[in-house]
Write a protein that binds this ligand. Structure first.
Ligand SMILES: Nc1ncnc2c1ncn2[C@@H]1O[C@H](COP(=O)(O)OP(=O)(O)O)[C@@H](O)[C@H]1O
Ligand SMILES: [Mg+2]
Length: 458
């Protein structure tokens, strides 16, 4: 078992020396040994960015991605590397990955076909195919005899409408007033996408066009997704959340066409807030220039976003990422995600609002020291505060379930909960500090720099 204090020491060393490729790899190896593969993945992705460590890091990263089922990324990275230099280990990996995708290069090893994984198609046409007219009945997934011969030649077709329907098109009524704090972000979002939609004539009078999207970034759990939902709520629009990772990994080869289908679906159902979560997965600059597949996909998305002829007038685009520095700058141009907003952990008044709401309403809540809790939860994320409230109720809930009578939450319960939780944003803030320092070209992270200065005391 790896000594956690050794890992912590390495993490610290890396914070001071983030360009040390060999150290990243060493750190990743220890994380793998400690079965912390998410963190190992992150470390190896960092190592790959450093030219001197790139080849060695890829040999570790690709198999790990494969084991984790992140086949698209594994393949993209392996093939990109093989294009620049031969590498028997990576070549072997490509075979394994292709086999897992049910798409062996040569009929060498028995493959494990993934049921619905479409075969990788030839480079897709520059112009996307016309959207399929929505069918009255979704096709039933019954195998028919005459299809079987066809299935050998063609991948099983994915129905556009059916595919789009799998996403969360929820119309959950969250609005801005449910989102605590973040006043400045709300103001910007309002100015940028809500008002142009609600009062287009005002914008026209000033010679301004609406359009363009917003990229939200910040530590996890601080309300990026929640805020995006609230934008839809404010407008009475549909909300659809698309995870880029899902699209890339599940629909390899088809994803370009499906992205088009998704936009078409959004336009048909407008007004729609199209929300791209984990946006960095697609916007990544890593190896992109070497990789045709990735490139055509990004181009497709850019083309859809640009929405020729005002086609996206009622499709509002919001994206979120924890790692904005991995987002391709092509996505930041005017008309695209040209507003980049930092979503910070709740400040004092936002924490007060959230804790009042989550704690005061409990049985016994009136006796809780909410003000004290606010003081002790600096840099807690919104999600951390929700967790804190849950922990506070645990004992009373248990007792109530046992006795069948409602037991009250006691001040001690809250104290214990505070003692047993911590702010989950600290790692992100430490990492962000490095990026703010080293990649703040054009002042793009000025807002972050300012914020970090203000909270420096941690
Ligand atoms: N500012 C906030 N106001 C109210 N609730 C919040 C806030 N930030 C986070 N939360 C709570 O935490 C949960 C997780 O937030 P989420 O939006 O998923 O974070 P992110 O997308 O930034 O990782 C939300 O569903 C909400 O319950
Ligand atoms: Mg989120």
């Amino acid at each position: 078992m790896t000594d956690p204090s050794l890992l912590a020491a390495l993490a610290q060393a890396l914070e001071r020396d983030p360009r040390n490729g060999a150290l990243w790899i060493h750190y990743a190896e220890l994380l793998i040994a400690a079965q912390r593969s998410d963190e190992a993945l992150a470390a190896l992705r960092n190592a790959v960015e450093i030219p001197s460590a790139r080849a060695q890091a890829l040999r570790k990263l690709v198999p790990l991605l494969r084991q984790r089922g992140l086949l698209a990324e594994a393949l993209i990275r392996a093939e990109a590397a093989l294009e620049s230099a031969p590498d028997p280990e990576l070549a072997k990996e490509v075979e394994l990955i292709e086999a897992l995708r049910g798409n062996p290069k040569e009929p060498s090893e028995p493959s494990l076909p993934v049921p619905s994984a479409p075969a990788r198609s030839a480079p897709a046409p520059a112009v996307p195919p016309a959207p399929a007219t929505p069918r009255a009945d979704p096709p039933v997934q019954e195998p028919r005899e005459d299809d079987e011969a066809l299935a050998e030649i063609q991948p099983e077709p994915i129905d556009d409408a059916e595919w789009a329907a799998q996403f969360d098109w929820g119309d959950l009524r969250v609005t801005f007033k449910d989102v605590a704090g973040l006043d400045d972000v709300k103001r910007q979002v309002n100015l940028r996408i809500i008002a142009p939609f609600k009062q287009p004539e005002v914008y026209q009078a000033f010679g301004r066009k609406g359009g363009g999207g917003i990229l939200l970034y910040g530590p996890p759990g601080c309300g990026k997704t929640y805020l995006a939902r609230a934008v839809a709520g404010e407008l009475g629009a549909r909300f659809v959340s698309v995870s880029i990772h899902d699209v890339l990994d599940k629909y390899w080869g088809e994803s370009q066409r499906l992205i088009h289908a998704l936009f078409e679906q959004a336009r048909r159902n407008a007004p729609t807030v199209l929300f791209f979560d984990e946006f960095d997965a697609l916007g990544s600059t890593r190896g992109r220039e070497e990789q045709q597949y990735w490139k055509t996909l990004v181009d497709q998305l850019l083309q859809e976003m640009d929405g020729v002829g005002g086609r996206n007038r009622d499709v509002l685009m919001v994206a979120a990422t924890n790692v904005p520095w991995n987002v391709d700058s092509a996505f930041r141009r005017p008309g695209r995600f040209d507003r980049v907003l930092l979503v910070t952990p709740p400040d004092k008044s936002a924490r007060t609002a959230m804790l009042e709401q989550n704690l005061r309403t409990l049985p016994g809540g009136e006796a809780l020291d909410v003000r004290g809790a606010v003081e002790k939860t600096e840099l807690y994320s919104g999600a951390d505060l929700v967790e804190l409230a849950n922990r506070t109720t645990e004992r009373a809930l248990e007792r109530s379930l046992e006795s069948g009578q409602i037991h009250r939450v006691e001040p001690k319960d809250l104290e214990r909960a505070i003692a047993s939780t911590r702010a989950s944003t600290l790692e992100w803030l430490a990492m962000a500090r490095n990026y703010a320092r080293y990649s703040n070209e054009g002042g793009q992270y000025d807002e972050l720099v300012e914020y970090l200065k203000r909270v420096k005391k941690w």
